[in-house]
Write a protein that binds this ligand. Structure first.
Ligand code: PRP
Ligand code: URA
Length: 180
């Protein structure tokens, strides 16, 4: 079921409405799968803007008691370096499970920067939740943050010369928000 939904998202020709509905449905399946792991524990949700917002409503529904952090990071189009433009992270209670939502983990730069911020605020138990990841990005995040758990629906082949995931689905944020 998750793979079927992900394959719809990979189709570059589907309209915005179907892309958005499908992303929300897939996030709901992922949130249901993640929920039993953390049920009854202190959880703090964090979404990387913009694309992480697409996963937030599904996770919010499962973790209704969880505070929510928003971290605005955009990749520079040329250098692909991550730039922080917004940060509002709630207090992180000791022992809390920190869930970080971003559908795309490409070079891993954005996730790495978000984890740096969360750890600086005391995060210890972190789980990164993505829909599609590249092996290069996962390796980069694991090297810098060895204790972090990485969950992804699909581990794709790699990155192209513009550091987009192959086969991937293109620019998630642009497709979800209709800004391309
Ligand atoms: C995308 C995506 C991730 C990041 C992944 O965001 O949502 O945050 O790129 O790439 P990386 O692993 O190489 O850092 P983008 O910067 O395009 O911003 P947006 O979500 O606002 O579109
Ligand atoms: N961000 C995306 O949205 N897609 C990619 O393939 C890489 C970064």
């Amino acid at each position: 079921m998750k793979e079927a939904l992900l394959n719809r998202l990979r189709d570059r020709d589907i309209p915005l409405k179907e892309f958005r509905q499908t992303a929300i449905s897939l996030s709901a399946l992922v949130a249901s799968e993640i929920y039993p792991r953390f049920q009854g524990q202190k959880v703090v949700l964090n979404a990387i803007l913009r694309a992480g917002l697409s996963m937030l409503s599904a996770f919010q529904e499962k973790f209704m008691h969880a505070p929510i952090g928003l971290i605005g990071i955009r990749r520079d189009e040329k250098t692909v370096a991550p730039h922080l433009y917004y940060e509002k992270i709630p207090p992180l209670p000791s022992g809390a499970q920190i869930l970080l939502l971003d559908p795309m983990l490409a070079t891993g730069g954005s996730t790495n920067l978000a984890l740096n911020l969360l750890k600086a605020r005391g995060a210890v138990h972190c789980t990164v939740i993505s829909l599609i990841s590249a092996p290069e990005g996962q390796a980069f995040v694991k090297k810098n943050h060895p204790g972090v758990s990485l969950y992804t629906v699909a581990l794709d082949r790699g990155l192209d010369d513009r550091k987009f995931i192959v086969p991937g689905l293109g620019d998630f944020g642009d497709r979800y928000f209709g800004t391309h």
